[in-house]
Design a protein around this ligand. Sequence first.
Ligand SMILES: Nc1ncnc2c1ncn2[C@@H]1O[C@H](COP(=O)(O)OP(=O)(O)OP(=O)(O)O)[C@@H](O)[C@H]1O
Ligand SMILES: [Mg+2]
Length: 398
Amino acid sequence: MGDGHLQKPISGKEAIVEAVGLSKEFRDFWNRPKAKAVNDIDFEVYEGEVLGLLGPNGSGKSTTIKMLLGLLYPTSGSISVFGESPRSVRTKMRIGYLPEESYLYKYLTAMETLDFFGALFNLSAVERRSRSEQLLEMVGLSHVRNRPVGEFSKGMARRIGLAQAMINDPDLLILDEPTSGLDPIGCKEIKDLIIFLQKRGKTVIVSSHLLSDVEDISNRVLILYGGNIRAAGTLNELLTISTSSRITTPLLEPGITEKLIKILRENLKGENFVIDHPRRSLEDFFLDVVNRARTESVKTYGAEGGGEIAGYLKSEQKPQDILKGLADRKEAKVEAPVVRKEVPEEEAEVESKEKLDKLVAHEQEKKKEPAEVKSAEDLDEANKKLSHLVSRKDDRHN
Ligand SMILES: Nc1ncnc2c1ncn2[C@@H]1O[C@H](COP(=O)(O)OP(=O)(O)OP(=O)(O)O)[C@@H](O)[C@H]1O
Ligand SMILES: [Mg+2]
């Protein structure tokens, strides 16, 4: 078994993901073992937490995520999401997923992309339009809504991918390297958004190589290596150095510092100690510099204010309540993008792509709104909007 016993349940919270002895071995054409990507791991994800999934390249993060989504079958062990198989349509209705590489249909515009994914969740045309508009505003892409996503920069593609992951107002959001390719402002906004969603009761699983980002937003982390869980716990459990003490005070007068040094020398019996000034994070400093520059340009050029968190994401109403009726009605009919038989991942992706192509062709047959032609605006414009998005201070979660 893995090191699942290191984890502590968050008191009173329900485990919405439960993996027991989960393993995935990739085999070649002749059924010879190619890679043990995930090796007998146990873990749980609790409702309302942000779980950071960490590990070096090839340690099994994406494979674990794909099993969580029902895109890959475990070789052995089991995984349940919301008490059901990850492949159940009802479960999929409640999950939002940002893949590590965006699977976007390059000829669809940003608006059509969101509309397309909204249609997969059986949202009405009116709801799709309303949500798409709110999401585009939220991720700072409103002004490029009618540009094909194939033209988007890496960061813009990440933003539309994130919007797409939230079209169904998911209860569980799974983000595979959400901040990769984003500038520091985009990273900060995604982190703020994750914290905001968590405050609304959503559960988020986020994999990333950017440890400081994960540290800023996660309640708990799992560290994978070679397909095994090597460490798991809350940030407090894992990171607190209980063999040292730290006191942070307002700036001390020189006289007080001298007295303190005297007391410490008398009591620490020759052990070293340090009295210095705390340092800000580079991220904080960078954001300050950029925000100050922006404020100046607002004065000079009157740049417009940006969007807000999509209104429907703020709703207290549980999405499963909204979707329940639809799910009940459609469960038999809905063809969710699920791989139903065990196939190598490459095949699974081809199968999904074929479905996507078919669905896109179908969508394109439908009459489209006339596209407003807007000039191409650069990512800085998107950033400007995004910077106003989430003004909330991010609390550190422990
Ligand atoms: N479709 C596949 N076929 C064969 N081997 C695979 C496949 N997908 C993943 N693997 C292997 O499984 C292991 C884990 O890969 P995985 O993509 O889960 O790692 P990761 O932790 O997400 O890495 P990264 O940080 O680079 O994204 C690697 O050895 C990889 O080569
Ligand atoms: Mg990966």
